[in-house]
Design a protein around this ligand. Structure first.
Ligand SMILES: *Cc1c(COP(=O)(O)O)cnc(C)c1O
Length: 347
């Protein structure tokens, strides 16, 4: 099976499992787990922040950050396609009592002017915007990377209006790999930022949220409240540390694979995408039913029958994601399978 459904589909390698097995452990929530402590220190340093905490998931990092920065009734401003708006089960409303104020950005990114325009008047009839959240890279934006200048401008506009700034860095390491700019620079003007270990880094579980010491102290109360305080979590942190040592520099390979996949798919009649828009490891494309003779669901069903998995988001949109469990040969096979799937329909 060539599983391009998501970069969460990776399995821990034998060497990663070994690192997990030998990790020193203790009670995480009492700060007695030396491996978790080491991971937090390393991530804080990498991201240029004072402190970090380890959480079971990236979604929990978002939820913790929103509940730490905001009060019920506040607004969080983000792109309309943001993970916090689409894929966290209404968590911002349920866990923090906040409203989402969504901006229609371009491939997940918005401008400082759009942000400023989205902030409602400081009038007691209006909700108060207290947080702006950006995704680096933008998932539903096709893996697009924010330019540093645009991140800085949005952060500056937010801070000048008294908003806190949050970065969802589920794929921040991909952004760094694509640009050659270290993760700390992307996150420089963001008050909170997190990175995921269970996406392209290939660990089974976990994410780290970073910020000032004061922020992380307050964030811990929410982590506890959400049930995210753990015990011998060093087994998981061991996988994350291993991933940082061995799976970061190779992300450029995933990007090359994504670009090759995009070029191969773009050459097939019935599939619509611009390979130049593929900057990182996410490949989104459309199945044009009129030309392809099938919709996206049928296309993915046929692919699956030949051992290739992609995700149909709706009748048109498909997503394929490259990661460390798919090599160059797998990409060629995926392209050949796509060709076959489309050929079958045309007789
Ligand atoms: C996957 C993802 C998350 C959630 O991370 P999990 O570790 O799966 O909970 C949040 N934001 C973005 C942009 C993501 O792609």
């Amino acid at each position: 099976m060539i599983d391009l459904a998501s970069d969460v589909k990776t399995r821990p390698t034998a060497a990663m499992r070994e690192a997990m097995m030998v990790a020193e452990v203790g009670d995480e929530q009492a700060f007695e787990d030396p491996t978790v402590n080491a991971l937090n220190e390393r991530i804080a340093a990498l991201l240029g922040k004072e402190a970090a905490l380890f959480a079971p998931s990236g979604a929990m990092c978002n939820q913790i950050a929103i509940a730490t920065w905001c009060r019920p009734g506040d607004e969080v401003i983000c792109d309309a396609g943001a993970h916090i708006a689409w894929h966290e089960s209404g968590g911002p409303a349920a866990n923090a009592g906040v409203m989402i104020n969504a901006i229609n950005g371009h491939r997940g990114r918005f401008t400082a002017a759009q942000l400023t325009a989205a902030i409602k008047p400081a009038w007691r009839h209006c909700p108060e915007a207290t947080l702006v959240s950006v995704e680096q890279t933008c998932n539903l934006g096709g893996g697009a990377v924010w330019a540093i200048d645009d991140l800085d401008a949005v952060a500056q506009a937010a801070q000048s209006r008294g908003l806190k700034t949050h970065m969802d860095g589920a794929r921040l390491f991909n952004a760094a790999a694509a640009t050659g700019i270290e993760v700390a620079r992307h996150a420089r003007h963001f008050d909170s930022v997190w990175v995921d270990f269970s996406k392209g880094l290939g660990a089974p579980v976990g994410a780290c949220l970073a910020g000032s010491k004061a922020f992380i102290d307050r964030a811990w109360r929410i982590k506890q409240r959400l049930g995210g305080a753990m015990r011998q979590a060093g087994i998981l942190a061991g996988a994350a540390l291993y991933a940082l040592d061995h799976h970061v520099e190779r992300l450029v390979e995933d990007h090359a694979h994504a670009r090759r996949l995009a070029e191969g798919l773009a050459a097939l009649p019935g599939l619509q995408l611009d390979p130049l828009e593929v900057e990182t490891n996410l490949v989104y494309f459309d199945v044009d039913a009129a030309t392809a003779g099938m919709d996206a669901h049928e296309f993915c069903k046929r692919l699956l029958a030949s051992g290739v998995r992609m995700t149909a988001f709706d009748a048109r949109r498909v997503r394929a994601v490259t990661h460390l469990d798919v090599d160059g040969a797998g990409i060629e096979l995926a392209i050949a399978s796509a060709k076959k799937a489309l050929g079958q329909a045309n007789g």
